[in-house]
Ligand binder design. Structure first.
Ligand SMILES: C[S@@+](CC[C@H](N)C(=O)[O-])C[C@H]1O[C@@H](n2cnc3c(N)ncnc32)[C@H](O)[C@@H]1O
Length: 246
């Protein structure tokens, strides 16, 4: 097995990066100044610019996949909450998707620039017809369902938490209803946030379920990923009892 990816510590030029500081008199609020300083000094941000990824989050998927090997050549992938497209870019490279044979479908309600090898749907994944539209665009069952969806932050931590967990649950239901047997589901969740009901459901449907925190996910962030591997197939879940017609 390859060693786990390490956090980059330089800009990649070999030289130690100088720390950029924003002056206190910049007119920015303290929280915005700190965010900007962290962004400007983040080695993943520098690396994503050099390597042509649209977002530093691409490295989260790269690190998870380098370690857990969920993406393979020839697979079909659905990426939920795809904007600006970092995960799609990684998936395209790893499954070998191209414009002649598109194997990656991404969905986001935000507009995204087109990406080679990807079919993009601009719509809310929570819309009733989103699952059917995704399946139609993919043209076959997915081997992997990815979800990096996060609800827009309201500033109220508990509310943000509940809304993102809801997205994770709907994504899990979708994955269970469409994945190929042997397929995998990877989704963003929060520390302490995965409800037992969801974990139980995933454990019933996948051979292994665990949480992963890639090095690219900031230590101070409560973000965590749920990785459910080897979907057992739809027969794993007992069919609902038919309604009593009498
Ligand atoms: C952290 S970003 C994803 C970054 C992406 N993985 C990348 O590497 O570029 C989360 C995305 O989820 C999207 N999102 C949140 N709720 C959504 C929903 N209900 N339907 C579609 N997209 C949603 C947001 O618009 C946002 O673009």
């Amino acid at each position: 097995m390859k060693p786990p990816s390490k956090r980059p510590t330089t800009t990649g030029s070999g030289a130690r990066a100088l720390k950029t500081r924003i002056k206190k008199k910049s007119g920015l609020k303290n929280s915005s100044r700190r965010w900007l300083e962290r962004h400007l000094n983040d080695p993943y941000v520098h690396r994503s610019k050099m390597e042509g990824y649209r977002a530093r989050s691409a490295y989260k998927l790269i690190e998870i996949d380098d370690r857990h090997h969920i993406l393979k050549k020839g697979q079909r992938v659905i990426d939920l909450g795809a904007a600006p497209g970092g995960w799609c870019q990684v998936a395209v490279g790893r499954v070998g998707s191209s414009d002649d044979d598109k194997r990656v479908v991404g969905i986001d309600y935000l507009e995204m620039d087109q990406l080679p090898g990807v079919t993009l749907l601009q719509m809310d994944f929570l819309d009733d017809d989103a699952p059917a539209r995704l399946m139609e665009a993919l043209g076959g069952s997915p081997d992997v369902v990815l979800s990096d969806m996060a609800a827009p932050t309201t500033g109220h931590r508990r509310t943000d938490h509940i809304r993102t967990m809801h997205l994770c649950e709907v994504a899990a239901d979708f994955a269970i209803s469409v994945l190929k047997p042997g397929g995998h589901f990877l989704a963003k969740t929060f520390q302490g946030g995965t409800e037992n009901d969801l974990l139980d459901r995933l454990k019933k449907n996948f051979k292994s379920v665990h949480h992963v925190k890639p090095p690219a996910s900031r230590d101070e962030s409560v973000e965590l990923y749920l990785l459910a591997r080897d979907f057992k197939g739809r027969a794993a879940e007992p069919a609902e009892a038919p309604e009593d017609q009498s």
